[in-house]
Design a binder for this molecule. Structure first.
Ligand code: FE
Ligand code: MN
Length: 430
């Protein structure tokens, strides 16, 4: 008998008996190992959907102009603290991204068995490559000595400790694992928790916050933009590893003992402590708009969100987010604008499937409808002049962000204003 499967707008016809067999044999771990990479029928629908989302967010570092960053880096207007944050950011992330990608590829992707999980984890590893490459682009643009960055990873004690914290749960898994044993399953669950919730989910956020604080003050617009794209990717990675952990526990309830839960909470406690020490190194004195105490509180807040999402008890019940503007700025899904579209969405737009962005909370239906058409036109005009267009767009974009994060300075532009802006940019280009 035949069965029809619908995935998005695609339809597949499968032999029902074989499909049911394949479906039943799919597991997070200890499922049927097959050479045929049988994605269908999908058992972990969320994994395939995440893969599609991740793909739609594709970006390349070189699409982001760095002229302003270079000018600021060479100029005299920056404080020492601001330069130091950029150095720490580049130093830490240029190695950290690779460490995550390596663990995803050589530990997690090796051990899971369902092909749709391997698919999305492959994309995850690739995104870490893009992130690592973006750091290279920053290093070369600013003319920073790459050996200095490497040295930071070996010489700055707070970076060393953060590294040691994650590599110990990765190193111990690089061998033949007997995943029929609860202890071994717990080792994998621990790895997924530490990388997804502690490292990408919490320990990345101190620097993310600092760099976006600078970006908000119009410092390092190119670097800030790359970090925003990185952050958008990271939220998918956090969700992916969170779902993976939750499903692994659901299928293997023996993993989820009280002791094990306590162990994970303790690991998060350790991660938070290490991150606070690291923040002190990055921000030895408070600077304009940057307070060390607030960043520490922010980390407490973020860590509790991660614990909450995997059903573990909180460390600081009731702690508030000291940076509500940061949540806004990080959430580019909601305030995606046309010009960002030129960078991250022209691939999908050219295939005619680029209508995924909704800005309903900006301006309602009219905006959604016009949005795709106008953006397509701008892209067509702007492609030969993409660097110029992006320069102009950056200014428009900053205004939008400012309007959103500092509502007292102006109301959020509505759809019509946005469209006017786009036509303005377009006439500049012609
Ligand atoms: Fe990353
Ligand atoms: Mn990541």
């Amino acid at each position: 008998m035949e069965k029809r499967f619908q995935i998005g707008n695609r339809e597949f016809v499968l032999d029902q008996t074989k499909a049911e067999e394949a479906y039943a044999a799919k597991r997070i771990i200890n499922g049927r190992q097959t050479m045929t990479f049988n994605l269908l029928p999908l058992k972990y629908q969320w994994a395939y959907e995440l893969y599609r989302n991740m793909k739609a967010n594709h970006w390349e570092p070189e699409d982001i102009p760095m002229a302003k960053d270079i000018e600021q880096w060479r100029g005299n207007d920056l404080s020492d603290v601001e330069r130091w944050i950029i150095r720490m950011g580049i130093g830490y992330f240029s190695a950290a991204e690779g460490i995550v990608g390596d663990n995803i590829q050589h530990v997690v992707r090796e051990l899971v068995t369902a092909p749709e999980l391997k698919l999305v984890l492959g994309r995850h590893a690739h995104e870490e490559n893009i992130h690592a490459d973006s750091l290279l682009y920053m290093i070369s643009s600013l003319g920073i000595n790459p050996h200095e960055c490497e040295a930071m990873f070996e010489d700055v004690p707070t970076i060393l400790r953060k590294n040691e914290f994650v590599s110990r749960v990765s190193r111990e898994l690089r061998r033949d694992m007997d995943l029929s044993q609860t202890r071994e399953k717990q080792a994998l669950a621990r790895n997924i928790f530490v990388f997804g919730q502690c490292m990408e989910g919490t320990q990345f956020y101190g620097l993310f916050g600092m760099i976006l604080s600078l970006y908000r003050q119009n410092k390092f617009p190119g670097i800030g933009q790359m970090f925003r794209y990185t952050l958008r990717d990271e939220s998918n990675h956090i969700e992916l590893l969170r779902n993976l952990l939750v499903e692994l526990i659901r299928e293997n309830p023996d993993v989820w003992t009280d002791e094990f839960q306590q162990e994970l909470v303790n690991l998060m406690k350790e991660a938070v402590q290490l991150e606070k020490e690291f923040i002190n190194d990055c921000l030895p004195v408070n600077a304009v708009g940057l307070s060390g105490e607030e960043f520490a509180e922010y980390i407490d807040y973020i860590a509790d969100r991660r614990l909450e999402n995997v059903g573990l008890p909180l460390l600081n019940e009731g702690v508030k987010n000291p940076f509500p503007w940061l949540a806004e700025m990080m959430d580019i899904k909601k305030e995606q604008n046309f010009f960002e579209g030129t960078v991250t969405e022209w691939h999908s737009l050219h295939r005619g499937t680029g209508a995924g962005v909704t800005l309903a909370d900006h301006g309602g239906g009219r905006f959604d409808r016009d949005h795709t058409a106008v953006r397509g036109f701008v892209i067509a005009c702007a492609r030969p002049h993409i660097q110029n267009a992006l320069g102009v767009a950056q200014g428009v974009h900053d205004q939008l962000v400012n309007a959103r994060v500092r509502p007292t300075r102006g109301r959020i532009p509505n759809a019509d204003t946005l469209i006017d802006l786009v036509w303005g940019v377009q006439s500049l280009l012609l």
